[in-house]
Design a protein around this ligand. Sequence first.
Ligand SMILES: *[C@@H]1O[C@H](CO)[C@@H](O)[C@H](O)[C@H]1NC(C)=O
Length: 186
Amino acid sequence: MLVIQTLLSTLLSLSVFSSIAVAAPLPVLENEVQNVFALVDKPPPLPTLEDVENQLNVPAGESLFYSCDNEDPAQGTCKQAKEWAKENHPDLKVLSQLWINSSYPDPWQTDEQISTKFWDIASKAMAVKSSGTVYVVLPPWESADGKDWYDSSYWARIEWTELQSNGAVTSVIRVNAATGATIRIK
Ligand SMILES: *[C@@H]1O[C@H](CO)[C@@H](O)[C@H](O)[C@H]1NC(C)=O
């Protein structure tokens, strides 16, 4: 809280200073503060799918997707996916390990809605660029075909949809995060 108060008073004095400097009429301070915030936080326009594809290096047969549930402890986390890969398929990589420039996503992480839109594009780009056999670490499946999951996840909305229509992806193997059991779903 103290940090926020300090930041706010700094911004207030900055906005007063800048309005004096340009000899503007006395501003409504609240608006000025909002403008300063907007200036500091405003992310660049969202990248296109092609932009993001160009920022990813996705070797054939090395894609590892994951999606977790809301249980405690969560099943299907990024950490579980990486640990499973380390033991079983050390060449597999999750999205965060595929960026040519690891800070590329940063400008779009200041606002939750924009961040979701960014990761929608990034998830799709990874799925588009994937080929060969790909893996997905998810919570345990209940249906016999192994195609049950949380509907609102990036996996359900974006990645699985794209992987199904991506002809270069020859198979998709689902991994049970808790036991390491696998089932082929494509
Ligand atoms: C990496 O990405 C960040 C954030 O998008 C950008 O500011 C920086 O210039 C990029 N670095 C290189 C070497 O492209």
